[in-house]
Design a binder for this molecule. Sequence first.
Ligand SMILES: [Zn+2]
Length: 123
Amino acid sequence: METDRTTDPREARLRERLEAIRVRSEKSTSWRTSTRYLSRLVNRNGFVPIRTRLSREDLSFLAGARDEVIAFAELGARLLDLHRPQEAGGITSDPDSPIRRCRACMWRWPCPTFRAIDDATHR
Ligand SMILES: [Zn+2]
């Protein structure tokens, strides 16, 4: 049997893990509206004493959310370290704006990886 060189089993595992994080996060309740209200109630000690109802899905999300967000922020920073522009050199019609390419993937700047990070962080 010929091996499929385009499929790495590690890719499938990574996709499964990312999908699990996405699904777990999506099932949890959004705190966007509540936190807007709650931030006005911070006491002089810097806290808001609250009582709340958390679903099983919320607890499952909250258990890993902090570590997962840190991991994704670090991932984004590492990708940005890798995908940076460099002068491509060569002939250009406009000497004031020379063609720049990504030093990691060689796509024209801004490269797809940079744009994906940019899109994901502007939601
Ligand atoms: Zn790149």
